[in-house]
Design a protein around this ligand. Structure first.
Ligand SMILES: [Zn+2]
Length: 241
């Protein structure tokens, strides 16, 4: 086995593996994260709307209570008026008249209040209907986004499968020991196991390499690793790439 050739094969493999790594990142982290955010947003919108509706329902209840109070007052007035004709003394009559006018003043206040509540309740009910329409359409849009992301996930899955079968064709041709070192680094070094030397620097971490490092790489005795980021180094010009 000539190490130079093995390194060339690793470079080809790395090209595929880099792509697989990025796609996996997209599929396993980025897309699920986005979907989670969208679902939380939907949840929040539903909760906000429910609490707004709840507020309006309470207003409706208040309105009903006020109407009940008003009806009670009107009942009292009727009663007081009917009592008026049963009274014997002028003084009792006067007291009842005062009572009646006080109830009437009370009723007039209560009526104003009912009207106020009625207007407010109507307004808020209108708002609920409007908000429902807009919340529904917003949620619908968010759901569409989720569906699109899920579709994207499936497409990525397929792409990964295609790349993996392409990868299998490469793998068979690489020396077992070289391959196992490469695989090990690939997992430990975020999907990047082999990098070019550019201007005497490591292509990944940019550490500057010594003459000795460069000479060692050119000897093709063993795979030379960057001392800083621990990745296999190669010199593109030396491989006629
Ligand atoms: Zn490095």
């Amino acid at each position: 086995m000539e190490l130079k050739d093995e390194i060339r094969k690793l470079i080809g493999l790395q090209r595929i593996d880099k792509e697989i790594y990025q796609l996996n990142l997209e599929k396993n982290d980025k897309i699920p994260e986005k979907i989670k955010e969208l679902k939380e947003l939907i949840d929040q919108k539903q909760k906000d709307f429910a609490s707004f509706k709840e507020k309006v329902n309470r207003l409706e209840l208040d309105k009903k209570n006020k109407e009940g109070e008003l009806a009670q007052k009107e009942e009292n007035l009727k009663k007081a008026k009917s009592q008026l004709y049963q009274l014997k003394s002028n003084k009792e009559y006067q007291v009842k008249l005062n009572e009646i006018s006080s109830i009437e003043a009370d009723i007039s206040c209560a009526e104003e209040e009912v009207i106020k509540f009625l207007d407010k309740a109507e307004q808020e009910k209108g708002k609920v209907a409007n908000q429902k329409t807009s919340v529904d359409s917003e949620i619908n849009k968010l759901k569409q986004e989720i569906l699109a992301l899920e579709k994207q996930e499936k497409e990525i899955e397929q792409k990964i499968k295609d790349l993996e079968s392409k990868r299998n064709n490469y793998v068979g041709a690489v020396d077992e020991k070289v391959l196992s070192q490469y695989q090990d680094l690939l997992t430990k070094r975020n999907g990047l196991a082999i990098v070019p030397v550019t201007d005497n620097n490591c292509g990944a971490c940019h550490m500057s390499l010594t003459h000795q490092n460069i000479n060692e790489i050119k000897m093709y005795d063993r795979l030379v690793l960057c001392e800083s980021c621990v990745r296999i180094l190669y010199i593109p010009e030396d491989l006629e790439l």
